[in-house]
Design a protein around this ligand. Structure first.
Ligand code: FES
Length: 681
């Protein structure tokens, strides 16, 4: 047992004895304490800040005296003068151990910091990105032992950071010589170390210590919308989030119509590939401008997408995905150069990672949901539903996870709805209908005030009331059913049948009037019979997909339901259940996970080990193909009624009473929507 001072690090609790004079950074490294350093202890990066604690710590068995660390030195003073060190902080590479001490490593000095996610059930993201920054001192060239600059950079990375096998592209070689000389043989290197590569790649170099930040994009490329998060690759902070409509919509609203477009129009796949890549470049520029980040500092992009989007993004003809057996060009993850995909609005050497696909119709977006929500680690049986133009559905627990994708169509995103719109300020997102008076009250995005409350007109003065978004239409249809305006088959009653003048005739059918500003040149917002049919098709497809997985698993009920997707975050569980969108479950067991696919993309962006994790996880998931499963049709037809007719829904009965009305006057269903052929999309 040595008489060396005892050092205890918090919050890790790691402890050890070290000779007097050992730098705190060295002690931390020897104990495996997570203390950051970019400059390798040269006193220039300030990443190694620590907070020493003095006094008596009986919990740790340590008494720390004021002289337990070396005196404040000139390097720390210089840093403090220039940038300012927080009260009580020291630089871990400068302060040396003189006596027993307790040392706290603050959050911002930890390399593998945890990024807290908002949803209570969600796991934190541990920062460990594939691209990191290293500061090195490189030996100067010597005529007597001739070596190239890159070889000496590699040697410095090996000696100073223990990194082997470094490669650089030609554009880095061109930059390397002036950078080394400008930095007086001290440079910073952005280094990418992929999880499945045996070498590291230099993505960029800067003279001296680079402090301009490293950023990455997590992109959820959906059929209808493209959503991007710009993340700081050091802190994990989301600097900005932005989205746009997928420009491929002009070639077809759903996936199958886009595949058909390619079949009928030679070269159509190239058109769509160009359209989406151009849009992603535009989105990258916009999000970088919004976050005031130089696009050249974006070094990585992670994509999650369904199989058709996956192929079109990569420039692969998607026709095989339009017909059985739905063969993917590859279902494995992809690690690529962004420039090979014409993604030029980021660093020239930026890398792209695309999560693996699960099956021909179950894409990398479903894999991202699995990564984010981890159904395979759940003790109870959880159904995870990511609602978009396609619904990605996962059912599982620790024993087994099943996945499928169901063609809900774009109705849940406000498309194909007469007054529908994307979720944006001015869109009706919440709606209630008084069962007595049949009068609606609603809230629009951008205001918390209900339409029958004081101050509503003022609150919506800038946004107006522009339409109804996905969550709004779900609530509207469910509320119409609860208020007796709609019967079980989905027919809207007439004014005489329902007792309200808001039921207005429209051809042979009826609509329900929510808001009419047409006298002032504004919109007239209604829910039409066609809207009800579109929602019925969507919800039946969703329910049938979930049911199919439950059949496969041999269960009639699930313990929990997680609604994911940007839209899933806003669906009211009660209304989803009235509609019969999801299987019966206690209301408090229906939770929202926000944009789980986007979160999965962020996890894979910020933590390189998560890429290996999801690749392994996907290989274990049982894929269920809805398109060829006869039971799917049966479940689909059974799910048409509002609420669901054949399945027992005891939980629903506890929360709401559904009136027993029927508006079918014997003339058959006047709409054709119920018999419309469904298309996968
Ligand atoms: S390690 Fe860079 S300042 Fe201490």
């Amino acid at each position: 047992m040595s008489g060396d001072p005892l050092v205890v690090f918090t919050p890790s609790g790691k402890r050890g004895t070290f000779p007097v004079g050992t730098p705190v950074l060295t002690a931390a490294r020897q104990l495996g304490v997570d203390l950051d350093s970019v400059c390798g202890g040269r006193g220039i990066c300030s990443k190694c800040q620590i907070t020493p604690s003095y006094g008596e710590f009986s919990k740790h068995g340590v008494t720390a005296h004021q002289d337990a660390l070396s005196e404040w030195n000139s390097v720390e003073q210089r840093y403090d003068d220039k940038r300012g060190l927080k009260e009580g902080r020291r630089l871990g590479c400068q302060a040396t151990i003189q006596g027993d001490i307790v040392i706290d490593v603050p959050e911002e000095s930890q390399v593998h910091k945890q990024v807290i996610r908002k949803a209570a059930s969600a796991r934190a993201i541990t920062m460990d990105p594939a691209t990191k920054l290293y500061f090195i001192e490189v030996a100067e060239p010597d005529m007597h032992t001739p070596t190239g600059d890159l070889e000496r950079v590699s040697r410095a990375l090996k000696e100073q950071w223990d990194i082997d096998n470094v490669r650089a592209d030609l554009n880095i070689l061109r930059k390397l010589q002036p950078t080394l000389r400008k930095g007086k043989w001290q440079i910073s290197v952005a280094l990418y170390q992929g999880h499945n590569e045996d070498h590291a790649r230099i993505l960029d170099v800067w003279p001296g210590l680079y402090e301009g930040g490293l950023y990455g994009l997590a992109i959820d490329l959906g059929s209808t919308t493209v959503a991007a998060h710009l993340c700081d690759l050091v802190t994990g902070e989301v600097k900005a989030s932005s989205g746009l409509m997928n420009p491929q919509i002009r070639f077809g609203e759903d996936l199958m119509s886009r595949v058909s477009y390619v079949m009928m129009n030679p070269g159509g796949d190239v058109e769509m590939t160009t359209a989406v890549r151009t849009a992603i470049n535009g989105l990258t520029e916009a999000i970088a401008t919004e976050a005031e980040v130089d696009p050249n500092t974006i070094f990585e992009t992670v994509f999650v997408c369904n199989p058709v989007m996956h192929h079109l993004l990569l420039g692969i003809d998607p026709v095989e995905l339009g017909q059985a057996p739905f063969a993917l060009a590859t279902s494995e993850s992809m690690s690529l150069n962004a420039c090979d995909m014409d993604l030029h609005a980021m660093n020239d050497n930026a890398r792209v990672y695309i999560l693996p696909c699960i099956a021909g119709h179950v894409g990398a977006d479903a894999a991202a949901v699995a990564l984010s929500e981890q159904p395979g680690k759940s003790d109870d049986l959880v159904l995870v539903v990511d609602v978009g133009t396609n619904a990605e559905i996962l059912l599982g627990d620790k024993d087994r996870v099943l996945a499928c994708s169901s063609p809900t169509g774009p109705a849940f995103e406000g498309a194909q709805i007469s007054s529908g719109q994307r979720a944006a300020p001015g869109a009706i997102e919440r709606l209630e209908i008084n069962p007595e008076t049949k009068e609606p009250r609603f809230r629009v995005i951008g205001s918390d005030i209900w339409s029958d409350e004081e101050g509503f007109d003022l609150a919506i003065a800038t946004t107006g009331i522009t339409g109804i978004c996905g969550s709004g239409i779900i609530e509207a249809v469910a509320e119409m059913r609860i208020a007796g305006l709609l019967d079980e088959s989905g027919l809207i009653g007439s004014a005489e049948q329902t007792g309200t003048q808001r039921a207005i005739p429209e051809g042979r059918t009826h609509s329900y009037l929510i808001h009419d500003a047409s006298e002032d040149g504004g919109p007239r917002i209604t829910v039409t019979q066609g809207d009800i049919r579109a929602i019925q098709l969507a919800k039946s497809a969703l329910y049938a997909g979930a049911r199919l997985l439950m059949d496969e698993r041999g269960v009639d009920k699930v313990d929990r339901v997680v609604l994911a997707g940007a839209f899933g975050a806003h669906i009211s569980p009660k209304h989803a259940m009235v509609l019969g969108m999801i299987p019966d479950a206690p209301l408090d067991m229906v939770t929202s996970a926000g944009n789980a696919a986007g979160t999965g993309a962020r996890i894979a962006l910020c933590n390189v080990a998560a890429r290996a994790e999801i690749e392994a996880m996907v290989s274990e998931i049982t894929k269920v193909e809805t398109a060829i499963e006869p039971k799917f049709q049966e479940h689909f037809v059974n799910a048409n009624a509002i609420p669901h007719k054949t399945d027992p829904f005891p939980e629903l009965g506890k929360i709401v009473t559904i009136p027993n009305v029927s508006f079918n006057t014997g003339g058959g269903d006047p709409s054709t929507g119920g018999r419309r052929r469904r298309r996968r999309g």
